[in-house]
Design a protein around this ligand. Sequence first.
Ligand code: DQA
Length: 141
Amino acid sequence: MKILIINGPNLNLLGTREPETYGNKTFEDYFSKLQFRFRKVELSYFQSNLEGEIINQLHEANHKFDGIVLNAAAYTHTSVALGDAVKAIETPVVEVHISNTHAREEFRHKSFIAANAKGVILGFGLRSYDLAITSFIEDKE
Ligand code: DQA
């Protein structure tokens, strides 16, 4: 089973960025933990601060993975193009967020991804990624 995690803008700063909201772990550290926990899964990770690069990555990933875990970060709330990219590919995408975006500013309540995603997991801290991976594994069982 192959799963790709895609992180959007500013998530390269996890660990130091607003730790009260996003915690103090770097994603690289957390990714190592995920690789250990899901040893039987081939996990890949891509991060970009650029919208077009994330779109290209979604296109490239189509049919190459069993599932994509996407945290599009702020682009979630702004990008019609990212929503369209998720709709355009056939590989299922689970949208994740570290924070509970519905408990935050109004502009974070809107997602251009959600309607085209398989599901949405948010508000569980980094564990949102774990839950998304688990959902793909359980779907296959
Ligand atoms: C986020 C929530 C977004 O609103 C924000 O812009 C982020 C991170 C999250 O994981 O909680 O950058 O996607």
